[in-house]
Design a protein around this ligand. Structure first.
Ligand code: ADP
Ligand code: MG
Length: 228
């Protein structure tokens, strides 16, 4: 379902260019859990952002569910993001003064295509998502009143509330203690096994990679190793 062919991402650097991605080809079938590893600066986030339609490649072809994504304009890309992809980041990316329930409702207020759903329905879905991550009793808490692990679980509820088929996560346990990290890993396992989601996770955590179906290792903008 995800097909990348000879993807490059180049940044101008003074008179030179920096090749953040240097000819990446990758296919990820629906329902696969892929871990992306490699040293800092090797291009993991750049690759994940392109796959997640948050960024566009300099050259190469990207097809998502058979649709060419590399030629889409911003509006069409936004629709793909909203419909198909959930995002989780190392720093949670929550709004500082917004209670958990409202954070999780937000993606439901930007539906592209599809029908706008009522406020009551938005709230019900957001509560169900918070319940699923084990935070039903924290709906009214703002991020500063939550632990790091709880914040990440709010972010996961927000990522899932639109029922995307793909989850992209960039070092989701990078700021968490090992126990909170284990909670996140269990949630990902459930998404993979129970919901057959496609999961792409950038991680330094060998434990997460061990649970993934496949691990690719990058270096200098290229995929240099792949293991099942
Ligand atoms: P990783 O996530 O593996 O640490 P990144 O994908 O963030 O690596 O970055 C890959 C390379 O591209 C790095 O050398 C980084 O400095 C560079 N880079 C990333 N984003 C930009 C940008 N917006 N402008 C210039 N260089 C960038
Ligand atoms: Mg990164």
């Amino acid at each position: 379902m995800i097909e990348l062919e000879d993807i490059t991402k180049v940044y101008p650097m003074g008179g030179e260019v920096l090749r953040a991605l240097d000819g990446v080809s990758l296919s990820v079938p629906r329902g696969e859990w892929l871990a992306i590893m490699g040293p800092s600066g090797c291009g993991k986030s750049t690759l994940l952002n392109i796959i997640g339609c948050l960024d566009t490649p300099t050259s190469g072809r990207y097809r998502l569910n058979g649709q060419a994504v590399d030629g889409l304009d911003d509006g069409a890309l936004a629709a793909v993001r909203n419909r198909s992809i959930g995002y989780v980041f190392q720093n949670f990316n929550l709004l500082p003064r917004t209670p958990a329930l409202r954070q999780v409702m937000l993606p439901l207020q930007y539906r592209h295509g599809g029908q706008m759903i009522s406020g009551a329905e938005q709230e019900a879905r957001a509560r169900a998502a918070l319940d699923w991550v084990g935070l039903a009793d924290r709906a009214d808490h703002v991020p500063s009143e939550l632990s790091g692990g709880q914040r990440q679980r709010v972010a996961i509820a927000r990522a899932l509330v639109n029922e995307p088929t793909i989850l992209v996560a960039d070092e989701p346990t990078g700021n968490l203690d090992s126990r909170s990290g284990a909670d996140i890993l269990r949630l990902f396992e459930s998404l993979y096994k129970d919901r057959q989601m496609t999961i792409l996770v950038v991680t330094h955590d060998e434990e997460i990679a061990a649970h993934a179906g496949r691990t690719i290792r990058m270096r200098d903008g290229r995929i240099v190793h792949e293991e099942k």
